[in-house]
Design a protein around this ligand. Structure first.
Ligand SMILES: [Zn+2]
Length: 247
């Protein structure tokens, strides 16, 4: 979730996070030669959390889906990067919130990909729970979203071509939040979409879990963090400073 009216419950207590990396305009979407931002951050609907594209030699995955209001633009951004829609094998959802998941069904239809989410967020998506998915905060309705692969373990591997992504359960912001870790061009890249929170009882947030999960995120020693609303952080120290600003 971003920073609407109700959303600063935990983050208002934190210091301002370090400033995100600023790319020159023609490089806005590139994170590595295999990973691009294709939605959120001015690339699609303003409500959208970031949408990231991974393309490992023609084996593709998306991390999160945005609200779905600018579906055509997101698909255009994917194609502009040279990835064919039918090369997208997975939509890796970081958690159930509407600004990350509202566009999931349209993406599945356009690509034929498998939708992946961790329990119990997967169940809230399948039920179309407007409260826990925060759809109500956005004045929207969460249509029931079937999940093709339900993650249940603390850590699970997802193969992509001859490479691997690891899903790591980080409950707190939502009970089924997850980060995805992979390696690209020799760097550990972490997709941690709502590292910043917020925490709210209607979202079934849990502060103790959240603080433990922030420590877990730091322990993953990523070189690049792709966040949902704050942009891209590079370097272990910058990432740790960013994550600790929410403790
Ligand atoms: Zn969220």
């Amino acid at each position: 979730m971003g920073f609407g009216c109700q959303e600063c419950i935990s983050t208002s207590q934190a210091e301002s996070p370090p400033r995100q990396e600023e790319f020159p305009p023609d490089e806005t979407m590139k994170i590595t030669g295999e990973i691009y931002q294709v939605g959120g951050g001015g690339l699609s609907s303003p409500e959208d959390a970031a949408i990231y594209l991974i393309d490992f030699k023609g084996h593709g995955a998306l991390v999160d889906a945005g609200c779905g209001h600018f579906h055509d633009r997101v698909m255009g951004n994917i194609k502009a990067r040279g990835t064919k829609p039918d090369a997208i094998q997975y939509l890796l959802l970081t958690h159930c919130h509407y600004d990350h998941t509202g566009g999931a069904e349209d993406i599945r239809k356009a690509t034929g990909c498998l939708v992946v989410a961790h329990e119990p967020d997967a169940s809230f998506l399948e039920k179309g729970d407007d409260e826990v998915t925060a759809a109500r905060w956005y004045g929207e309705k969460m249509e029931p979203l079937p999940v093709d692969r339900r993650l249940i373990l603390p850590r699970e591997e997802i193969p992509l071509g001859d490479r691997t992504l690891e899903a790591v359960h980080i409950p707190g912001h939502s009970p089924g939040s997850v980060v995805y870790l992979t390696e690209s061009e020799g760097r550990r890249v972490l997709f941690g979409q709502d590292v910043h929170g917020p925490l709210d009882s209607s979202l079934l947030s849990n502060r103790d879990d959240y603080l433990r999960s922030l420590e877990l995120i730091i322990s993953l020693e990523a070189d690049i963090l792709c966040e949902g609303h704050y942009g891209i952080y590079r370097g272990k120290t910058e990432i740790e400073n960013f994550v600790r600003s929410f403790m």
